[in-house]
Design a protein. Structure first.
Length: 90
């Protein structure tokens, strides 16, 4: 599977996890295991989801769904062609 395809699949898994279980709290390591990416790759996805206000970090560093309106996030996550890094669409 191509790297960018893996990232897109992982992003879908992360978003699906939080939609299905809205009160979920996951660490970077847990999220990395769930989606099957290296921690640095998973961190980039989680950060992008924070940037678009889909996720937030708790005081202990875990990620959670930001709030009920996160289900209506308007800014989709896209990939930067040059770096293969996720970014919020303008």
């Amino acid at each position: 599977m191509e790297a960018s395809t893996r990232v897109v699949v992982a992003l879908g898994r992360l978003k699906g996890l939080f939609f299905e279980f809205p009160h979920t709290l996951v660490s970077l390591d847990e999220a990395s295991c769930i989606v099957g990416l290296e921690p640095h790759q998973c961190h980039a996805l989680l950060s992008a989801l924070e940037d678009v206000r889909f996720l937030e970090r708790t005081a202990d560093g875990k990620y959670s769904l930001r709030c009920a309106e996160a289900s209506s996030v308007a800014a989709p996550i896209t990939m930067r062609a040059s770096a293969g890094q996720p970014t919020a669409a303008a």
